[in-house]
Write a protein that binds this ligand. Structure first.
Ligand code: ADP
Ligand code: MG
Length: 474
């Protein structure tokens, strides 16, 4: 399953427990009064979130005491859409707040509330797949052009998005926005959607995964007419994260026809991806060529100034008081993933409210230290290999092999260097992973790479870039 924290229908690792199972689970003492704690958390989120967001997504939630444990908070929502949205957008915030209140960081699980003895669906995933697609579109109301900070890294994409919102289906069609994780693609996409929806246009926003699920469901049930009715009769079709179309041949075919029909009818199409159309592997050429028909715009990682401006904007929206010095500290010490920066701001604010003390520099340093440590603990060798392979245009399997081809040896050395830098893996563990005789081979690779770093400034920059890419992945 895809992992995109932005995608309301992705990685919904949501468990529904039957009552019999839950009753047998031990309830740890911390879970006592958890319902009250959840009420407090809701109150805190009320202060932290824009009113609309709070009322739409947080207020309707309830805490299931019977199913929760100290390390598991089961929340119930009135419908699967809210459940999936909360899961993707707020689960980290909720876990942070539970941790602050109970000292334990629970997993957050969301499920749809039972209705008068109606059967509870097996999982939200299934429910979404099984439910008939509707024309309604779930847009985050806070993703607007006004709340988007423009800097040189995203100026072009912003201008195009704005132009499309002003004049849909006219100048640029399709628009293809691409860029790294957490850089604002979904925000810009939905800003177009929000504006046009407010003007009464029929707007469909869908992640590509949702599109694929809908397609599979309707194909199986021989209800493709419904599918087509949904995706082909709108004024604006926005599809998020189309890189996941890769290798999905049947869906690509359907998407191709959807695209053609909308385009021919002068309807606006906006797509996002983490790569440019050319770079998406396993995508039909005819789709690639259509994706570049209109306007392709990339979003680059924000520079320091833009990062600072974004932090200021977020503080203003969420009413967080931060001194300039602290804002620059956060901007310089965190990577460019804005989603992570937002998470840190929320955490700082929640802690400071809890402790009833202002956000000081010392306090900020502590929170950031924790964040960086957490990240390091999460990074695996496989992840490092994936990033290095992708960036250096080789296959992960080649890096893992015993190949002596110079470029592969080079990539492998980089992986070893980054593994030492970014993970707690010891030299013997790394040697073991690569099937090397012993740890001396690893220290040899480290020495070699340190030599290159000293003699070649470019090489050092590449390693830093790779390191940033790895640490900014989630
Ligand atoms: P992506 O889709 O590229 O992974 P998102 O659009 O989900 O990223 O952005 C992640 C978070 O960062 C969102 O909450 C978004 O509001 C915020 N964000 C990103 N770029 C900006 C920006 N330029 N101005 C304001 N907020 C931003
Ligand atoms: Mg996104």
């Amino acid at each position: 399953m895809f992992h995109d924290v932005n995608n309301p229908f992705s990685h919904l690792n949501i468990h529904i427990f039957s009552k019999s199972v839950c009753y047998n689970r031990p309830h740890l003492p911390e879970s006592q009064g958890a319902k009250m704690i959840f009420k407090t958390i809701q109150e805190e989120l009320k202060k932290l979130l824009p009113r609309l967001e709070y009322e739409r997504y947080i207020e309707p939630l309830s805490f299931s005491e019977s199913q929760s444990r100290s390390d598991l908070a089961v929340l119930e929502s009135p419908n699967p859409y809210i459940a999936s949205w909360v899961k993707t957008k707020y689960h980290a915030k909720l876990a942070d707040l539970f941790e602050i209140h109970t000292g334990v960081r629970p997993s957050i699980h969301l499920q749809t509330r039972r209705n008068n003895g109606q059967k509870t669906p097996q999982s939200i995933d299934n429910l979404i797949k099984e439910s008939r697609p509707t024309r309604s579109t779930l847009l985050n109301p806070s993703y607007t052009f006004e709340s988007f900070v423009v800097g040189s890294s995203n100026q072009f994409a912003f201008t195009i998005a704005k132009a499309v919102a002003e004049n849909p289906g006219k100048n640029y069609n399709p628009v293809f926005l691409y860029g790294g994780v957490g850089l604002g693609k979904t925000h810009l996409l939905q800003a177009i959607g929000n504006q046009l929806q407010n003007e009464g246009k029929v707007v469909i926003y869908s992640t590509i995964e949702q599109f694929i699920n809908d397609f599979t469901y309707n194909l199986r049930n021989q209800t493709m007419d419904r599918f087509r009715e949904k995706y082909r009769s709108c004024d604006l079709l926005m599809i998020d994260d189309v890189q996941f179309l890769s290798g999905k041949e049947e869906t690509q075919k359907e998407f191709f026809h959807t695209f053609n029909e909308l385009h021919a009818g002068g309807k606006q199409i906006v797509l996002t991806s983490d790569k440019s159309p050319k770079q998406i592997a396993g995508l039909e050429d005819r789709l690639k060529s259509r994706f570049v028909w209109g306007q392709v715009a990339d979003i680059q990682p924000p520079g320091l100034e833009t990062k600072i401006a974004i932090i200021k904007k977020k503080c203003e929206i969420d009413m967080i008081a931060l001194e300039d010095e602290i804002i620059s500290y956060i901007a310089t010490h965190m990577d460019e993933n804005i989603r992570e920066i937002e998470g840190t701001l929320i955490k700082l604010n929640a802690y400071s409210k809890m402790m009833n003390q202002p956000i000081t520099m010392e306090f900020t340093r502590d929170v950031l230290k924790e964040h960086i440590k957490e990240k390091r603990e999460n990074i695996t060798l496989d992840e490092i290999i994936d990033v290095v392979a992708k960036e250096l245009n080789c296959k992960p399997s080649e890096i893992r092999s015993k190949s002596r081809v110079a470029r592969i040896v080079n990539a492998r050395r980089m992986v070893i260097y980054l593994a030492r830098k970014l993970t707690p893996n010891s030299m013997p563990l790394i040697a073991d992973y690569f099937g090397m005789k012993d740890h001396t081979a690893v220290s040899h690779a480290m020495r070699k790479i340190n030599q290159i770093i000293e003699s070649d400034a470019n090489f050092k920059v590449i390693l830093e870039e790779l390191s940033n890419k790895i640490t900014s992945r989630r």
